[in-house]
Design a protein around this ligand. Sequence first.
Ligand code: ZN
Length: 300
Amino acid sequence: MPELPEMETYRRNLLRYCQGQVIDRTEIGREKSINVPPGVFQQELKGATITSVDRVGKHLVIHLSTGAHLMGHLMLGGAIFYGTEAETPTRTFQVIMRFGNGKALYWYGLRLGWLHLVTTAELTARSAELGLDPLDEAFTAPYLGELLHGRRGALKPLLVDQQLFPGIGNCYADEICWAAQVHPLRVAGSLSTYEQARLWSAMKAVLTEATHLGGYTETPFHRGDTFTGGYLPRLEVYDRKGEPCHRCGSRIAFEHATGRKLFYCPACQPEAAGTAGAGATYPALQPEDLVQQPTGTDGV
Ligand SMILES: [Zn+2]
């Protein structure tokens, strides 16, 4: 599933290849993928120039010269390809945006995904529903501490909550927990200030590096694309069940818990007293839990 680094990779590719291009013609292969009648969608896009591209969590926002915006979400298996008709992957396309240079943007795999035409007011309202982007400068360690404070549930399902951590999904949540050496089923509110700081810096480091390397999904944006998917060989735990941990050599564990797949290193990320098990109850967070703990003495 595309997550923050994959969508940031799309944003950069769209800026590089499509900014300034004029949309000649739009074809709709699946009406459910868009939010207005096909004729309206086609008419609104016809002759519009792509002026800029933004990302809000896992959402892409394509700004048009008409003042309208396209907001898209690829959900589970969606992807975008840019190129000529002859270069396209053998797929059924839900939306095709054709440019004057003979190339087009092909949106496919939008079984659950969508591409909506929105006004600035609608874009603002929808963006406001999402939390602060984890790569935003305002997403500080104390801010993360506030998000975790008093949470009785496990860390993993919290990390993939798009209202709290927009852009983080199953893969990067596991990678972040491994980098922070925190068990993914720890009670989120039980992390010490020191562990919160480790989680925060792991979040920034993993998402930044994955973005710089083109994310982990191997769906090329254009023919000959060698950038997209460059982070795949760097994954430490995700989809590495039974393979050795690169930090300690232990076998990577895999399990289903809290409705999620979990990949983690049982040695580097040991279950602590605060790990959330089925039906477990935990004492309320005490003020001393939030006191800064010295390095190496937090019992992890
Ligand atoms: Zn390990």
